[in-house]
Design a protein around this ligand. Structure first.
Ligand code: HEM
Ligand code: HEM
Ligand SMILES: [Fe+2]
Length: 477
């Protein structure tokens, strides 16, 4: 580890990373607020009627989600590059310029969403208002902006990786980010056949989150374990390669679990069933990997008679462990539940999907990226050992507990829909409404809102903790 960079203040790359993290955290807050609006509208349909439509609140909720995570991912790479390569990031001036372009484009897109909520659609709508594809609704002008920003980012990563030391982590990130940027293109052309359109759209959505983002998480976890525990690079990187092979091995054809009902050939049932059922395996590997390295480091320190913990950043490490659990539970277990076509026939598009979507995005990505926020705060403030504070414990518990509670509520709501709407009433129009008017469904929606408020309060405490770390005397400097 290039300790010269440890404090983070001497590196422009790390400074840029903190910009990315800050904007990501603001968008995270916005994501939660718009989620709360959408959840309130489930319970009180008249809420903000005609001012902020459910469809728009939902669009902003899930697009802000994707974008804050992309920002935090770029930030993480700019943060770890100097440590890994031993040199300052190449092209950092361009990187800074691109940051502002990216951030400004996002603000404009959101304002347009808010100002033009309904209206006629024609060819110009795609260019200036929305492309209408869930999760990546940004209009085409912004798409091209994002492509330019991503190219600049990948360029900087490659130039730095080639000039400096090429660790396994950097090599994996270089390959992964090419795939990450390239796949975005699949969501940028328009066809008037909805099946074809969905076919390509899933390339962005599934292949992103279940292949390239997961590989990214593997690389970040590897970096974090070395940085926070002093884990052996050789061991950590060996795990990383195994995980990469397994993630791509199952995740690419696992794509089939979205091709069951969109008009693609039926052989996707078998392909999707088999490969997506294998998808939890790499997540088990990632889980074991984190706990193994942790256990190993603890053990060797005890042998040396050092009973003090060796973890140099408690809050970040807590979030990394939560990532191992959350990834396994949200993506692995909640994903596996509905991945076989025989089951998915009943669960498809119910609140069950939403339960999985929430816990997976949270468990697999939000956790580790919040962990990276803490690593950056530690570095920027020159803290040697970062401890838990009351705020960090409250924030972690409220956000994680709230997320679990929300998942349980949504799962119950999903079961009602599966049984009433699908099994009993055979997916009819009347069944659709009957499923949603029962007591269990409605109470679950109340609980989702309550849990959302818990999560949001936890987020405020998290923000406070991150912002006040610099002045907090409990940390060892
Ligand atoms: C971190 C990884 C993952 C994330 C973030 C994630 C997220 C999501 C989201 C948001 C959806 C809803 C998409 C929509 O709007 O239609 C979805 C659908 C789905 N996911 Fe995942 N997922 C992940 C991993 C997995 C894994 C590992 C499996 C299987 C083992 C899985 C199985 C499914 C299935 C079957 C659907 C379709 C649900 C339906 O038919 O309505 N997911 N996922
Ligand atoms: C304050 C907390 C939150 C509230 C109240 C909330 C509420 C909602 C609501 C009402 C929807 C629309 C559901 C529908 O269309 O039926 C939604 C969708 C979604 N939210 Fe959240 N959310 C919250 C936090 C989060 C977090 C932290 C994440 C991820 C890290 C997340 C990821 C998603 C995803 C992926 C979808 C789309 C799910 C799908 O289509 O299956 N949400 N959320
Ligand atoms: Fe998928």
């Amino acid at each position: 580890m290039a300790s010269k960079y440890l404090t983070g203040t001497g590196s422009e790359s790390k400074q840029l990373a903190t910009w990315y993290f800050t904007f990501a955290a603001i968008l995270f807050g916005a994501q939660l607020l718009f989620g709360l609006v959408a959840a309130t509208q489930y319970v009180m349909p008249g809420f903000l009627y005609g001012i902020l439509d459910f469809s728009i609140a939902r669009i902003i909720h899930i697009n802000a989600l994707v974008v804050w995570m992309v920002f935090a991912m770029f930030g993480s790479v700019y943060w770890l590059l100097p440590d890994e390569t031993g040199i300052e990031t190449v092209g950092i001036k361009i990187g800074k310029l691109l940051f502002w372009i990216f951030a400004a484009a996002i603000v404009v897109v959101v304002l347009v969403f808010l100002f033009i909520q309904v209206g006629k659609a024609d060819a110009t709508t795609i260019w200036f208002i929305t492309e209408g594809r869930e999760y990546i609704e940004a209009p085409r002008w912004a798409d091209w902006g994002i492509v330019v920003v991503a190219l600049g980012f990948v360029g900087n990563l490659f130039l730095t990786g080639m000039k400096g030391k090429q660790t396994g982590i950097v090599t994996v990130l270089m390959a992964d980010m090419i795939a990450f940027a390239g796949l975005y293109l699949a969501g940028m052309f328009f066809t008037d056949n909805i099946s074809v359109d969905q076919y390509w759209w899933w390339w962005v959505i599934h292949l992103w989150v279940e292949a390239t983002w997961e590989v990214f998480v593997g690389a970040i976890a590897a970096y974090g374990l070395i940085k926070m525990l002093g884990a052996h690079r050789q061991v950590v990187e060996m795990w990383l390669w195994i995980e990469v092979a397994m993630l791509f091995g199952s995740g690419i054809l696992g794509l089939g679990h979205h091709y069951f009902w969109i008009g693609t050939p039926e052989y996707w049932w078998e392909i999707g069933a088999l490969f997506s059922a294998l998808e939890p395996l790499p997540l088990v590997a990632m889980f074991v990997h984190v706990l193994y390295d942790w256990g190993k480091t603890q053990g060797s320190e005890e042998e040396k008679g050092n009973t003090n913990s060796v973890i140099n950043n408690k809050p970040a490490f807590t979030w990394f462990v939560l990532n191992a659990f959350g990834n396994f539970l949200g993506a692995g277990v909640w994903g596996f539940f509905h991945t076989l076509p025989q089951i998915n026939l009943y669960t498809h598009g119910t609140q069950f999907t939403s339960a999985h979507g929430h816990l997976a995005f949270f468990g697999a990505y939000a956790t580790i990226l919040i962990g990276m926020f803490y690593i950056a705060v530690q570095g920027t403030n020159g803290i040697k050992v970062m401890k838990h504070t009351r705020a960090s414990i409250w924030a972690t518990s409220m956000i994680t507990g709230g997320m679990m509670g929300m998942t349980v509520a949504l799962t119950i709501a999903g079961y009602v829909q599966v049984i009433v709407s699908r099994a009993q009433m055979g997916a009819t129009w009347a069944g659709y409404f009957d499923g949603q008017s029962g007591m269990w469904f409605q109470q679950a929606m109340d609980w989702r809102l309550i849990m959302g408020l818990v999560i949001f309060t936890g987020f405020i405490i998290l923000a406070k903790d991150l912002l006040t770390t610099g002045k907090n005397p409990v940390h060892e400097r």
